[in-house]
Design a protein around this ligand. Structure first.
Ligand code: ADP
Length: 162
C-alpha cells in the first residue's frame, strides 16, 4: 500500500491546497495531511483550528487523514513509516525553496524520504494563505480562494461579520 504525507502550515487551508489534496489522494492509497506546528511563525489559526478546518474540508475523501506534528518532517515520517512527502509547486520561486527542502529531507533520512511534486492547477496558481489573509484583513472578497466555512472563520479573526 502506498502512503504519503502532505505537510504544510495550512494557515488557512485554501482551494490551492485542497486541489493538491484531492489529486494526491487519487494517486496514493492513503494520504496524511499534517499541520506543521512551527514555533517560529505566528499563525492566524491554532494547530487545533487548522486540523478541524482540514477535517471538515476533506470529509468527502475517505483515504485522507488529518494530523499535526512538530519538529523535523524526516523524524515524523519515520515514526509513521511513510516514505513519500507531497508538495505543491506554483512558480519558480516555490521550486528553488522546495528543491532545497526535498534534497535536505532525502539526505537526512538517508534516502528514506522522497518528495513528489504536484504542479498547481492554473486557476489556483496565484493563491497563497498569505494573500488570502491580506485580502480578508481588509474585508475583501475571498469566496474564490477558500470554502465558505473557512472564509467565515477568517473574517471572524479580523472582527468582520459577513
Ligand atoms: P508552507 O508554509 O510549509 O509553505 P503552505 O501551507 O503555505 O506551507 O503550503 C503547503 C504546500 O502547499 C506547499 O507545498 C505549497 O507549495 C503548496 N501550495 C500552497 N498553495 C498552493 C496552490 N495555490 N497551488 C498549489 N500548491 C500550493
Amino acid at each position: 500500500m502506498k502512503a504519503a504525507i502532505y505537510p504544510g502550515s495550512f494557515d488557512p487551508v485554501t482551494y490551492g491546497h485542497l486541489d493538491i489534496i484531492k489529486r494526491a489522494s487519487a494517486i496514493f492509497d492513503e494520504l496524511t495531511v499534517s499541520v506543521l506546528n512551527n514555533k517560529t511563525k505566528t499563525p492566524l489559526f491554532s494547530v487545533e483550528e487548522r486540523v478541524k478546518m482540514l477535517e471538515e474540508a476533506t470529509a468527502d475523501l475517505p483515504n485522507v487523514t488529518i494530523d499535526s506534528f512538530s519538529g523535523l518532517l524526516v523524524d515524523y515520517a519515520a515514526r509513521k513509516d511513510i516514505h513519500v512527502a507531497v508538495r505543491g509547486l506554483r512558480a519558480i520561486t516555490d521550486f528553488e525553496y522546495e528543491l532545497q527542502i526535498a534534497q535536505t529531507n532525502r539526505k537526512f533520512s538517508e534516502g528514506k524520504l522522497d518528495t513528489v511534486f504536484l504542479t498547481t492547477s492554473l486557476e489556483y496558481a496565484y493563491l497563497s494563505s498569505t494573500t488570502v489573509k491580506e485580502i480578508a484583513s481588509f474585508n475583501g472578497d475571498i469566496s474564490e480562494c477558500v470554502p465558505d466555512f473557512v472564509g467565515r472563520m477568517i473574517y471572524e479573526k479580523y472582527g468582520y461579520k459577513r
